[in-house]
Design a protein around this ligand. Structure first.
Ligand code: ADP
Length: 582
């Protein structure tokens, strides 16, 4: 990405938050004013002491105290505003990135690792926040202070060296006091970040599910809540930082007041000159430090710009749709699928995975797709779900799927995959993903209708049981039951069902078979069969072999006439069939 476009993206934020940046600039100018007011104070209080003008001495001392208070507030607001800008930009970029990712085509996720995505959303976004909040301002502040201080220095004589050594230890002490509270706030923030990071990773891992259940908007809302919590912790950290900075700066100033008390005494007794004392402090603080710190700030800026580049590249990826689609209503009665001469090869692969597939699935028909591992069964599902472009045509109710909106196409399907796409949430919430607006009573009713009561009675906390990441707390059978209940709750006219590969216990297998029977004449059902009994149940079996349809027919028709099917069926019966996941 061109540095020019990175700069314009960043400038857009400055423009959007111009009022806040203006406040920050006022803070910066006030800071420089205070930086120069200190030596002014020093000089004046010393002069007053030298000439023994106690009234003026008292007046300047009061001004000094005003400057001390101003220093605290200037630093407090400076840090607070910087943190506000950084937090705002982080929150905005994070949410924009997440939304953008969930609008990209599935093919994007085939070439991108979920860890990279999460790292951009969290680590890179943090760096950009730092850049826009403080690094950029430091780049301006350092040289400005140095120039201003240098001009001042030209007007005074410098020789004195002492007392400033006191500054360091005092600031270190303050650092220690506030350090522990900072660590606590940072720890909490980190925890929240890790939590949201795993939500992002899970959501990315489960992207086909999010797509087919049209959950983009629901997921985005959930993520907005998580991002807001991070935002709040970020602000808390900012407050702790502001208090630390304000106090340490004020203590620094206080040390100057004390140092000047001594300095003035030395001046009075003739050991040192006033100019030397002033020049030293000036030089030390405002001339040397900005320049020695500049290299570090510059390095940080470069690092930040490369993070910006990584983020803004994502925004250049073409989205599949502009807005998250909402659910679409389709007629349930008619859900026929027609595939005409469909051929397909995966990107960058020469070999065709599907070759000239022509298939007619009538409304409410129950089709079992059988075939060896790699014969193309899952790929048929992926094409129906619009994951990849292909040659030939697929129609649902005589409508070409490429011409349908994403929302309309998805509204035809409930999809149960081998990977059950479970979230670290309760069983109830996992089922609710099928229809986010469903009430608990509706879900319980459905479970009873499906005769899956064991999900309520056999789990330790019933439907409130935590499924664990990817459903680790559930058995294979329970996972399959949760995902089938979710699919039925979605109530789409076509059920795409990739049966469990690992053998389920007898009872679970019977329960799932019964559900398929129950909906046999209500829905169009396509099952990637891994089970002999499912095959027998089907109205029609489609036998796939190396991407081609070898034969179609009922079990009775094929078992007597088709040698290839006979062998395949025997493998299904003995459980030797080689299996895959979508
Ligand atoms: P089945 O479901 O019958 O086991 P698949 O449809 O999963 O078969 O796979 C068919 C062929 O496509 C296999 O050779 C598999 O290796 C290949 N394949 C599947 N997914 C991809 C992919 N994302 N990229 C490249 N090749 C793939």
């Amino acid at each position: 990405m061109e540095m020019e476009s990175v700069r314009s993206e960043l400038f857009a934020y400055v423009k959007k938050k111009r009022l806040t940046y203006l406040l920050l600039f006022i803070c910066l100018l006030t800071g420089i004013f205070l930086d120069l007011a200190l030596p002014w104070f020093m000089m004046n209080i010393t002069d007053s002491a030298l000439i023994g003008n106690t009234d003026r001495f008292r007046f300047v001392l009061i001004l000094g105290i005003v400057l001390l208070i101003l220093t605290f507030f200037q630093n407090y607001f400076d840090v607070l505003i910087k943190n506000y800008i950084a937090s705002y930009i982080r929150n905005d970029l994070r949410t924009r990135l997440f939304n953008h990712y969930f609008k990209l085509p599935i093919t994007f996720f085939n070439k991108t690792k979920s860890g990279q995505i999460a790292s951009k959303i969290f680590n890179d976004v943090n760096v950009v926040g730092d850049l826009m909040g403080s690094t950029l301002i430091s780049l301006i502040h350092g040289p400005l202070v140095a120039i201003a201080a240098f001009i001042f220095l030209l007007n005074i004589q410098w020789q004195l060296a002492l007392i400033c050594g006191l500054l360091g230890p005092l600031i270190i002490l303050i650092g220690k006091i506030f350090g522990s509270s900072m660590r606590k706030v940072s720890g909490e923030l980190q925890e929240q970040v890790a939590h949201s990071q795993s939500f992002v990773q899970e959501s990315v891992r489960n992207i086909p599910f999010v797509r087919t259940y049209v959950l983009g908007a629901a997921m985005s809302r959930k993520f907005q809540g998580l991002a807001k919590t991070i935002f709040r912790h970020d602000l808390q950290k900012g407050k702790a930082q502001a208090a630390l900075q304000g106090s340490s700066q004020a203590i620094g100033f206080l040390t100057f007041l004390v140092a000047f008390g001594f300095g003035s005494y030395f001046v009075l007794v003739g050991d040192i000159t006033v100019g030397a004392l002033l020049a030293f402090i000036q030089l030390l603080n405002h001339v040397v430090w900005p320049f020695s710190g500049l290299a570090q700030v510059w390095g940080l800026t470069q690092e930040s710009l490369s993070a910006c580049d990584r983020i803004f590249r994502v925004f250049q990826e073409n989205k599949q749709f502009e807005e998250f689609p909402e659910k679409h209503k389709v007629a349930k009665e008619d859900s026929r699928i027609t595939m005409n001469h469909v051929s397909f090869a995966y990107e960058k692969e020469d070999k065709k995975v599907l070759k000239d597939i022509t298939l007619e699935v009538k409304s409410h028909q129950f089709i079992a797709i059988a075939g060896h591992n790699g014969s193309g069964k899952s790929t048929i599902f992926k094409l129906l779900l619009g994951f990849f472009p292909f040659s030939g045509s697929i129609q649902i109710n005589h409508q070409v799927i490429e011409k349908m909106s994403y929302a309309e196409l998805m509204s035809y399907f409930s999809f149960v995959s081998q990977d059950h796409y479970l979230f670290s949430d309760t069983v109830l919430e996992n089922i609710r993903y099928g229809k986010p607006e469903a009430s608990e009573a509706e879900i319980v009713d459905l479970i009873e209708t499906l005769k899956l009561d064991d999900l309520i009675h056999h789990l330790p906390q019933g439907l409130a049981t935590e499924a664990g990441e990817g459903g680790v707390n559930l058995s294979g059978g329970q996972r399959q039951k949760v995902s089938i209940a979710r699919a039925i709750l979605r109530d789409a006219p076509i059920l795409l069902f990739d049966e469990a590969t690992s053998a389920l216990d007898y009872q679970s297998e019977k329960q799932i078979q019964a559900i398929l029977q129950q909906f046999k004449h209500e829905k169009t059902i396509l099952v990637i069969a891994h089970n002999a009994s499912t095959i027998r149940q089907a109205d029609c079996i489609v036998v796939l072999d190396q991407g081609e349809i070898r034969s179609t027919g009922t079990h009775e028709e094929l078992i007597h006439t088709n040698r290839y099917y006979q062998d395949l069926y025997r493998e299904y019966e003995t459980g030797n069939e080689q299996l895959t996941t979508i």
